[in-house]
Design a protein around this ligand. Structure first.
Ligand code: ZN
Ligand code: ZN
Length: 120
């Protein structure tokens, strides 16, 4: 069931500049001081930067807006090592179904309604 990449792997995170190796948007990450392209993956920092730019974090207590880094729901401190897994998944979804849904549908008001209904 794993889709076979055609000629080159298309990582959605290629849309952003890699903060680690400074590969330009659209170009693969490089290693060995830029002499080798990484074809199987990208730097984790790039994936993180992309997720931050692409999706709102759905994690309760974090809910970081696009462009803002995740923060810990318990300490309120920014996560320096990555984003919540749910945000990565949300960004992935946004990247794969852009034809039918905008990345940020207008259900932000639904969220507040949910919260109110759930409130104990
Ligand atoms: Zn890179
Ligand atoms: Zn988060």
């Amino acid at each position: 069931m794993i889709p076979i990449p055609r000629q080159r792997p298309a990582f959605p995170q290629l849309a952003v500049l890699c903060p680690w190796c400074h590969s330009a948007p659209g170009e693969l990450c490089t290693s060995h001081r830029g002499r080798r392209a990484r074809r199987d993956d990208t730097h984790t920092a790039r994936r993180t930067a992309w997720a931050i730019n692409t999706a709102t974090c759905p994690t309760a207590g974090c809910e970081a807006a696009p462009g803002s880094p995740c923060r810990s729901a318990t300490t309120g401190l920014q996560l320096t090592t990555g984003v919540h897994a749910a945000r990565d998944a949300a960004a992935e979804r946004a990247a794969t179904c852009t034809t039918h849904q905008p990345p940020l549908p207008a259900n932000v008001t639904d969220l507040t309604t949910h919260r109110r209904n759930r409130g104990h």
